[in-house]
Design a binder for this molecule. Structure first.
Ligand code: UDP
Length: 326
């Protein structure tokens, strides 16, 4: 089976490629390398460099490789950025996804897995958040993913595309060889570990007046290998129809708890200073994943925050400059 992975040079996509190859699939990566890294692409995957804004390029890649399924990771994914530049999200994220789906329909490729997000749930009535929760996107980023979910509904109805929407909570951790390297880095766990490595002075805590256990935001961290495994299970499940799953560990940790756990693992004091809230951040996002466990037998290998941060720490120590040569 051949899978096209858009964004396969990025943080989550590159680990999904690694797991797909371990599972015996052949993989083509489509990436414009604007945020991803050539060095993150598995050597057994074919890399096609180009942009999803370019429909002729997508058509060429689909004609050349005729994949059986597409996993779509390539997108802008920063809540804060989307609150400052909504068009990047409501425009590019949506248009690029539509371009890809339109070409897939033309090439009669009928299986699609979407990286969706917990940012669909800005005001959850119940924690942990299940698939039945009311959708109220928290930012243009979340809205852009919701648009793609709706496009999928119609492409399924009209063109017969089978799809899975996987709504991730906070992707974190690393495999032995692939980890998180953004420029600039804006995510909590890599920032905290950069402080531990002496590459930053301190971590800023965005808001300590939320209605949570210690006033800082609570998130549900999920290991990227567990996310990748969910994609592989969802791929097989497409034989039975469309599916939508929330992917979290059902356990929330505050920003302060993440910093404390990292202090314990790294043995570094990791100074933290309080800073204003970041626009678009909900107080608490904790996901319930009972549905995917029940229906697909998904079983996270690294459900503990400690194991997640530990894997990230090992990767950051081995790659202090990320994918750049040390
Ligand atoms: N956060 C923080 N300081 C930082 C980066 C993040 O306090 O330098 C907080 C952020 O406000 C959120 C949590 O850490 O509550 C996780 O943020 P991240 O950007 O890692 O993931 P997101 O929840 O935006 O997907």
């Amino acid at each position: 089976m051949k899978i096209l992975v858009t964004g396969g040079a990025g943080y989550i996509g590159s680990v999904a490629v690694e797991e797909l190859i371990k599972a015996g699939k052949s993989v083509v990566v489509l990436d414009n390398l604007s945020l991803g890294h050539r060095a993150a692409v598995h050597p057994d995957a074919v890399l096609e460099i180009g942009d999803l804004a370019d429909r002729a390029f997508i058509d060429r890649v689909l004609s050349k490789h005729t994949p059986d399924a597409v996993m779509h990771f390539a997108a802008k994914s920063l809540v804060g950025e989307s609150m400052q530049d909504p068009c990047l999200y409501l425009g590019d994220n949506v248009t690029n996804g539509l371009n890809l789906l339109r070409s897939m329909a033309e090439h009669k490729i009928s299986k699609f897995i979407l990286s969706s997000t917990a940012n669909l749930f800005d005001q959850p009535e119940h924690i942990p958040i299940t698939e039945d929760e009311r959708i109220i996107p928290g930012s243009p980023y979340g809205e852009s993913k919701y648009f793609i979910e709706r496009i999928l509904h119609w492409f399924s109805t009209i063109y017969g595309i089978r799809y899975a929407c996987l709504r991730y909570f906070n992707a974190a951790g690393a495999s032995e060889t692939r980890g998180e390297d953004h420029d600039p880095e804006l995510h909590l766990i890599p920032i905290v570990l950069q402080v531990a490595l002496g590459k930053r002075e301190c971590v800023k805590v965005f808001g300590d007046d939320y209605d949570t256990i210690d006033g800082t935001c609570v998130r549900d961290y999920i290991h990227i290998i567990d996310l990748a495994q969910a994609h592989i299970l969802a791929l097989d499940a497409l034989e039975n129809g469309n599916c939508v799953y929330n992917l979290g560990n059902g356990a929330g940790y505050s920003v302060t708890q993440v910093i404390e756990t990292a202090r314990d693992i790294t043995g570094h004091e990791i100074p933290a200073i309080m800073a204003p809230r970041r626009a678009g951040d909900p107080a608490t996002l904790v996901g319930g994943s009972e549905k995917i466990k029940r229906e697909l037998g998904w079983k996270p290998r690294y459900p503990e925050l400690r194991a997640i941060i530990d894997s990230a720490w090992r990767w950051h120590q081995a790659h202090p400059n990320g994918y750049q040569a040390n």
